[in-house]
Design a protein around this ligand. Structure first.
Ligand code: SF4
Ligand code: SF4
Length: 93
């Protein structure tokens, strides 16, 4: 049983603790989203491992992706997966 096994490997941080652990300082690159290209599909928001991309309406009511840089660790998953290449990774150091 896991709770009685002293040799069990346990995570250093509890699951779903990302809101308590700002990872923005880990970053060497940051995602820059071009709102003119973003089609609001929300794929990046769904795939971001730190859940730090939110979808928000622009002045015309069209949904666009926004990054919370306090939590973005610069992994580049969003840029790699965006179907219309609206996200560019730029140096952040
Ligand atoms: S994956 Fe690309 S197009 Fe889709 S919401 Fe994110 S930035 Fe916009
Ligand atoms: S670079 Fe990684 S952590 Fe930052 S917004 Fe994109 S998927 Fe999320």
């Amino acid at each position: 049983m896991l709770t009685k096994n002293k040799k069990a490997i346990r995570p250093l941080a509890a699951a779903a603790s990302a809101l308590n652990n700002k990872t923005g300082s880990w970053r060497t690159h940051k995602p820059i989203i071009d709102p003119k290209i973003c089609v609001g599909c929300s794929l990046c928001a769904k795939l971001c491992p730190d859940a730090c991309i939110a979808m928000s309406p622009d002045e015309n009511g069209k949904m666009k992706a926004l990054v919370d840089y306090d939590y973005c660790k610069g992994c580049g998953v969003c840029a790699a997966e965006c179907p219309v290449k609206a996200i560019m990774m730029a140096k952040d150091y």
